[in-house]
Design a protein around this ligand. Structure first.
Ligand code: ADQ
Length: 428
């Protein structure tokens, strides 16, 4: 049985969230980039609607047809929280925490990947193009190639691909590489990720390439002058406003940047500074995420206790998602943006910040281990494992370099998420 969709995107999540009044587009550049392609090619999106144990029939949203894949509570715990986020996520981010490997999680990963592959096979037209997204669905290409050899299959990995030495820990390593080899083209964020994969599979096998993802500059606007002024006033009009914006994830190095700031305050090298740390709750049932939250919140409390005063803390910490509109005000207001992940596929926050600074003001402190450092190499680069290195980058950034910022702005606005999707699909 085949469907009539000539272009199918398949991702763990559908690009919508359910609210009390119906479905709402979830924030994210991927859907913005792919929506025009989907509309132009009578395409559809296959993914999980975000609620376990619920049957959601196919529906149209904003001109795109959505095909929900149902997951049970057991699937969610074992496929998503288990194999995807407690085995693959730490393994692919170079063991920042120790991955756990469980045969039960692996069984769930296999069975959920099969569900996704079956759903795609049922909706894809003869000879259709299918674009599979990310680490949760690495078996889908192989399953699809077997069931539907007529399809052209692309895959994009949003997170890093680890070195072969690390990857070989995975008890099911060959199943994963075989699954990916069902593709016609695999896209990675960086050359290094591509080379790591190539070192495992050799010169034969599917085509691969590096396609650094980017942002939709139209979706994130620098805040208006008066909103920026109001925000700075609320923060006590500090001379230097520093900002961190992350999912609360142990890969993002939030604690390390707070410790670097604490050292600088202690040494008297920073004065009249306010720091805003926005941290979206993420994967909250997993123990390592709970621990990261405890450590970050303890550091915030300690630093404010040591260096803040009543009514003017040093660190302003928000553990809630912030609407995209407000995010633009924070980005525009910040003199120094702190992006210090231990490892990150790309890091779109760095690009969003740069896109909100068209005039050369502001400065970006960026980890060498973020994929974004390849393109944004004029940032104040640091090694997040070395507090002294973060401290030096922060001190450099306090003075800023307008030429560097303007050059990075040009890169981010020219090579946006549309270009990313087009480049990949043309190569496919
Ligand atoms: P993430 O790990 O989620 O993505 P990132 O690329 O930084 O990381 O994207 C996060 C997105 O969430 C950004 O668009 C940002 O604006 C938003 N966000 C973060 N914190 C927020 C907050 N407190 N409030 C509101 N919005 C917030 C994965 C990979 C990355 C890769 C992307 C895309 O881990 O390396 O860049 O996919 O491929």
């Amino acid at each position: 049985m085949t469907g009539d969709n000539k272009f199918v995107v398949v991702a763990n999540r559908l690009p919508v969230d359910r609210t009390k009044s119906g479905w709402r587009a979830s924030p994210g550049g991927l859907v913005a980039a792919l929506a025009p392609v989907l509309r132009a090619h009578s395409g559809c999106w296959v993914g999980w609607p975000g609620e376990p144990d619920t049957h959601v029939p196919p529906f149209d949203f904003d001109g795109i047809s959505l095909h929900p894949v149902g997951l049970s509570g057991w699937d969610f715990e074992n496929f998503y929280e288990g194999f995807s986020n407690s085995s693959l996520w730490p393994l692919y981010h170079d063991l920042i925490v120790t991955p756990q490997y469980s045969p039960e999680w692996w069984d769930a990963y296999k069975s959920v990947n099969k569900k996704f592959a079956d759903a795609v096979a049922a909706v894809a037209a003869e000879g259709a193009t299918v674009w599979v997204q990310d680490y949760q669905l690495q078996l889908v290409p192989g399953l699809l190639k077997e069931a539907r050899p007529d399809l052209t299959i692309g895959f994009f990995l949003h997170i890093p691909f680890p070195s072969p030495d690390l990857f070989k820990q995975l008890p099911w390593r060959e199943d994963i590489t075989r699954g990916l080899e069902g593709c016609d083209l695999i896209g990675f964020q960086r050359d290094e990720d591509e080379q790591n994969f190539r070192a495992l599979v050799g010169a034969s096998g599917p085509r691969t390439g590096a396609f650094p993802i980017s942002i939709d500059p139209g979706a994130i606007h620098p805040g208006a002058r008066e909103d920026v002024d109001k925000l700075r006033e609320k923060l006590g009009n500090p001379r230097t406003l520093m900002l961190g914006v992350d999912r609360l994830d142990y890969t993002k190095g939030i604690l390390q940047r707070l410790l670097a700031i604490e050292n600088l305050l202690e040494q008297g090298e920073l004065d009249d500074v306010a720091v805003v740390q926005l941290a979206t709750p993420s994967r909250e049932r997993i123990e390592h995420y709970k621990q990261t939250r405890r450590e970050v919140e303890e550091a915030v409390g300690r630093i404010n206790g040591r260096f803040g005063s009543v009514g003017t803390p040093v660190i302003h910490y928000i553990h809630r998602p912030v609407p995209k509109g407000e995010l633009g005000t924070y980005y525009a207001a910040a003199d120094v943006m702190l992006v210090t992940p231990f490892k990150d596929g790309m890091n779109l926050v760095a690009k969003e910040y740069v896109s909100c600074h068209p005039d050369g003001d502001g400065a970006l402190v960026l980890s060498e281990f973020a994929g974004a450092a390849v393109e944004l190499n004029q940032a104040y680069l640091c090694n997040p494992f070395d507090l002294e290195s973060i401290q030096q980058a922060i001190l450099g950034a306090v003075d800023g370099d307008p030429e560097a910022m303007r050059a990075m702005h040009k890169r981010v606005t020219e090579y946006d998420v549309d270009r990313w999707a087009q480049t990949f699909l043309e190569a496919l």
